[in-house]
Design a protein around this ligand. Structure first.
Ligand code: AP5
Length: 189
């Protein structure tokens, strides 16, 4: 089982590169952002709660997010592996993921950290907001998302370094070039 955590700030290319990894290696993809947006679209109670946090650029509380992750993960039977996109985002989530995988005799294979300078992140997300109308891709909310990333999510870089799973990927450049670096990392596992 390959369990890949794809990590990075908002707009770093996690979703873009996950789609390519899924296509090439046949892994299952868990994007917690996509799961939450589907709940919002369907007007569920969870979606209503999630919308309050997402539209403010804040994280959904850990306990709720960990339950969601576990139920999606358990729906994959006989999987070759999973790519975790947007999870974990806090130390508590990383510890929960480790425990969940331990209990199933598995572990995170690698954490790929897509690093992209902040001015480029802003350009990408504003452009996507204009093209797709994604509600949290406006300048004010993007700034809040970046603050949350630095305070609550970036500490996971040291956490995964200490766990021996960390790999830095330069997330600036062509999508093909970045994917080639990711493939090298995946194939070395
Ligand atoms: P989520 O959907 O995970 O959003 P995010 O982390 O902010 O990431 P994005 O989807 O904005 O960007 P990405 O890194 O996937 O980049 P992408 O490939 O799309 O989460 C949304 C919200 O849900 C959170 O703010 C939070 O409220 C909540 N949430 C989710 N998970 C949670 C959790 N675990 N705990 C608590 N709350 C949670 O690329 C971005 C754009 O750039 C695209 O238009 C793309 O075409 C373009 N692009 C990609 N690569 C390149 C490149 N190399 N060059 C130029 N353009 C590129």
């Amino acid at each position: 089982m390959l369990n890949i955590v794809i990590f990075g700030a908002p707009g770093s290319g996690k979703g873009t590169q996950s789609a390519r990894i899924v296509e090439k290696y046949g892994l299952n993809h868990i994007s917690t952002g996509d799961v939450l947006r589907a709940e919002i679209k369907n007007g569920t109670e969870l979606g209503k709660t999630a919308n309050e946090y997402i539209s403010n650029g804040q994280l959904i509380p850990d306990a709720l997010m960990i339950d969601i992750l576990a139920s999606v993960f358990d729906s994959f039977k006989d999987s070759k592996g999973v790519i975790f996109d947007g999870f974990p985002r806090t130390i508590a989530q990383a510890e929960a993921l480790k425990k969940m995988l331990d209990e199933r005799g598995q572990e995170v294979s690698i954490m790929l950290d897509l690093e992209v300078p902040e001015d480029e992140l802003m350009v990408r997300l504003i452009k996507r907001g204009q093209e797709t109308g994604r509600a949290d891709d406006n300048e004010e909310t993007i700034k809040k998302r970046l603050v949350v990333y630095h305070s609550q999510t970036a500490p996971l870089i040291d956490w995964y370094k200490n766990d021996g799973k960390y790999l830095h990927i330069n997330g600036l450049g062509t999508m093909d070039g970045i994917f080639a670096d990711i493939c090298k990392a995946v194939e070395s596992l």
